[in-house]
Design a protein around this ligand. Structure first.
Ligand code: NAP
Length: 319
């Protein structure tokens, strides 16, 4: 059986490349000197794309949008490394009978751990305290007293797979939990708020776990930050686009909110200088799912979806 032409837009893990090489001819777009010429040459034969959330490759981010997908007249599937697929125009793909797969579930617990670690770190200032120690400042005086998780309410924006796993951890820490999603979540009795503004008013720590994309763009805006208040803390583990970044920087600088913990940014991997300069922001380089075991499980799911598709077997995780 001849191999299937597949375009890989960004450098994906070796486990994916090794897993696909038997059945697919992989065109590594980021390695091409002249990617336009390469695309023109290979486009008619391409039936599959393997992609990931925007990663800079050759100074370019490759959104899998209508313009990109329409270059491949015989495209049948886009397999994404990541549960979030806001890098793909899934509606356009659906309208053109192109399947899209993602990697849900296998990263849920890891991302919830990261979210929880980021929250603890932001509230108790552990990374700032460590920098203080390393700078020899403890010799002069103890580190300042911090905010606390005690008696606080956690507002979860998006009580889906990861949101529920975060709630599970929060229960163990004795936090009160409230939430907002478009629909009430099944099987939980946490208080539900019908919109993000009322959620922000009701909580002390706002945890963002909704998908990215046009529907949630700038959902955390000036008004939500104001509603969170001067003791409020924002944690974003979802997508940078969900937060109005300039408004957040202003709120942190003016202390109209207390602090923020961010794993994701509007224009990754670029982080605004103004954010880097703030001592009440804890910043992580999009490491939510980034452990060896979890990335391997995600990679294997990308391979299994594509190999299943190549054999005409059911997709494991279509979106
Ligand atoms: P999920 O199970 O689909 O949960 C998403 C939740 O958001 C659902 O509760 C959904 O409920 C709610 N929601 C969706 N659109 C909404 C809207 N417009 N307004 C309010 N609520 C909305 O997804 P998941 O597996 O938990 O993943 C969530 C997101 O986390 C992903 O999309 C991804 O972007 C991000 N993520 C980040 C990392 C990282 O490395 N930082 C890792 C993994 C995932 P309703 O449908 O009822 O609204």
């Amino acid at each position: 059986m001849s191999k299937i032409d597949l375009v890989m837009t960004v450098p994906l893990p070796p486990l994916i490349i090794d897993g696909l090489e038997r059945d697919f001819t992989i065109q590594k777009l980021w390695l091409a000197d002249d990617w336009e010429a390469l695309l023109d040459k290979i486009a008619p034969g391409v039936r599959a794309i393997a992609a990931a959330v925007p990663i800079l490759a050759q100074d370019r981010v490759w959104p899998i949008d209508a313009a990109f997908m329409s270059r491949f007249p015989n495209l049948e599937i886009v397999a994404n490394l990541g549960v979030g697929y806001d890098n793909i125009d899934a509606n356009w793909a659906k309208d053109h009978n192109i399947a899209v797969t993602n990697t849900p579930d296998v990263l849920t617990e890891e991302t919830a751990d990261t979210a929880f670690g980021l929250m603890l770190n932001t509230v108790r200032e552990f990374s700032a305290a460590e920098r203080y120690l390393r700078a020899g400042k403890w010799l002069q005086q103890p580190y300042r007293l911090t905010a606390s998780l005690k008696d606080r309410t956690l507002g979860i924006l998006g009580l889906g797979r990861i949101g529920k796993a975060i709630a599970c951890r929060a229960e163990g820490f004795g936090l009160k939990i409230v939430y907002h999603s478009r629909n009430k979540a099944q099987g939980v009795d946490y208080p539900y708020y019908p919109d993000v503004l009322s959620l922000a008013r009701a909580c002390d720590i706002l945890m963002v776990v909704v998908p990215g994309g046009p529907e949630t763009r700038n959902m955390i805006d000036v008004d939500v930050l104001k509603a969170l208040g001067p003791d409020g803390i924002l944690i974003n583990i979802a997508r940078g686009t969900i937060v109005d970044e300039p408004a957040l920087i202003e709120a942190l600088a003016n202390r109209t909110i207390h602090a923020a913990g961010l794993d994701v940014f509007a224009n990754e991997p670029h982080v605004p200088e103004a954010l880097l300069a703030l001592d009440n922001a804890v910043l992580l380089p999009h490491v939510g799912s980034a452990s060896v075991v979890t990335r391997d499980a995600m990679s294997q799911l990308v391979v299994d979806n594509l190999v299943n598709w190549s054999k005409g077997a059911p997709l494991l995780t279509p979106v």
